[in-house]
Design a binder for this molecule. Structure first.
Ligand code: PLP
Length: 425
């Protein structure tokens, strides 16, 4: 049922006028697991998951209870001023969960971008070098250093002035767009030949599955070659698992499926089930390179977010959400592959675990012209979807892993109806 709300459009326009940027057509009233209700009384299935933040769903009862309990004790002290157990407990958990058979240390922050910034700072302190190699269509955030590492995924850096001269751009392997693993490795060798000595490079940073760039997964063989290259030249390998981490890909971190370990791993998003928490976990000897006080921040590892993260980690175990991620991924892949057979514009169905996307092409070219139409049509049918990709032609699914099968199937049926309407209109 739709409530009449005459002031709503005016309020949205006023919000834009007040400078809060792009306003989504849905204004949220409340949300639970994979369902969102808007202020007009409409109900939606959430296949966007707050951009990979809601692997355990909106307001998981355990997360809600843990945060409420923490709120009854204290909300903030700043960990650098007064310590608290939950910060340490989260670090211990992450030291255990992040892949790598070596002693580790963890530091906590607030956003994914901050995690990336701090990973680079640690790598620089450890190597005493400044350069960083990042990849085409890699996305690492929107603060200044993270933005410099972000590739041409969207015009995020437009109008922001010159980006850091210490960032060097390598090709990410993507067979679909004609870049082989050999091409990608050669692009790094070209950097060493033309732009910077390996001894100038502190770190290579990449997402094991590119998120904003279009859900392209690195292969274990490529990761192994990067690991060797880093080992040969004393370069720190940073896995940016902000989007892939916290169980989305069927293992707690995607690197577990890559056969090698990174020196530093970033995490954020779903780690705290909707509360702002991020961090880096790295080899103890690498992490120890930075001076005390070189890491941190007023809200880093907020007690509320730490309580949420501990609950999220428990929920993963209790509800066996890693296995669930693989089940959800298989369900999505199979249904979307059936749709691919019906709609020639769906050129690819891909992803790892439950991080699944389709890529739209027409006449051999990326077809971003359909993306906004698909999102709007799906929305009008009660489904929230997201697009991404360097060409804007990728539609991705990041449904909560806790969503019941029937709801995932209902969402997929809406996708099918949406494609039918958009591609045949
Ligand atoms: N790194 C990756 C891989 C991401 O996907 C994102 C966000 O989408 C970020 C970093 C930045 O995280 P945040 O938006 O929390 O700053």
């Amino acid at each position: 049922m739709t409530k009449t709300n005459d002031g709503l459009m005016a309020r949205r326009q006023a919000a834009v006028a007040q400078g809060v940027g792009q306003i989504h057509p849905i204004f949220t009233e409340r949300a639970e697991n994979a369902t969102v209700w808007d202020v007009e009384g409409r109900e939606y299935i959430d296949f966007a998951g707050g951009i990979a933040v809601l692997n355990t769903g909106h307001l998981h009862p355990k997360v809600k209870a843990a945060v409420a309990e923490q709120l009854n004790a204290f909300s903030h002290t700043c960990f650098m001023v007064l310590g608290y157990e939950s910060y340490i407990a989260v670090c211990e958990k992450l030291n255990h969960l992040v892949p790598g058979d070596f002693a580790k240390k963890t530091a906590l922050f607030t956003s994914g971008s901050e995690a990336v910034e701090n990973a680079v700072k640690v790598a620089r302190a450890y190597t005493k070098r400044a350069g960083v190699i990042a990849f085409t269509s890699g996305y690492h955030g929107r603060t200044m250093a993270a933005l410099a590492l972000t590739g041409k995924v969207a015009p995020y850096s437009k109008g922001m002035g010159l980006m850091s001269a210490n960032v060097f751009r390598a090709e990410f392997p993507c067979e679909m767009h004609g870049v082989s693993e050999d091409d990608a490795i050669e692009s790094i060798e070209r950097i060493f030949k033309n732009d910077a000595e390996p001894s100038d490079i502190a770190a290579i940073i990449l997402e094991p599955v590119q998120g904003e760039g279009g859900f392209y997964a690195a292969t274990p063989s490529f990761m192994k070659r990067l690991r060797e290259l880093c080992d040969n030249h004393g370069i720190v390998l940073i896995a940016d698992e902000v989007q892939t981490g916290a169980g989305r890909t069927g293992t707690f971190f995607a690197m577990e499926q890559m056969g090698v370990a990174a020196d530093i791993t970033t995490f954020a998003k779903s780690i705290a089930g909707g509360f702002p928490l991020s961090g880096i976990t790295g080899k103890a000897e690498v992490m120890d390179a930075i001076t005390a006080g070189g890491l941190g921040g007023t809200y880093g590892g907020s007690p509320l977010a730490c309580a949420a993260a501990l609950a999220v980690i428990e929920v993963f175990e209790e509800e066996q959400l890693l296995a669930r991620a693989n089940d959800v991924g298989n369900k999505l892949k199979s249904a979307l592959t059936d749709m691919q057979a019906k709609y020639p514009q769906i050129a690819d169905v891909r992803g790892l675990g439950a991080m699944i996307a389709i890529e739209l092409m027409e006449d051999g070219q990326p077809a971003p012209q359909y993306s906004a139409k698909i999102l709007a049509e799906a929305r009008s049918r009660g489904l929230i979807l997201l697009s991404c990709g360097t060409y804007g032609n990728v539609i991705r699914v990041l449904v909560p892993l806790t969503a019941p099968d029937a709801q995932i199937e209902a969402g997929l049926a809406i996708m099918d109806g949406t494609f039918q309407a958009v591609f045949t209109s």
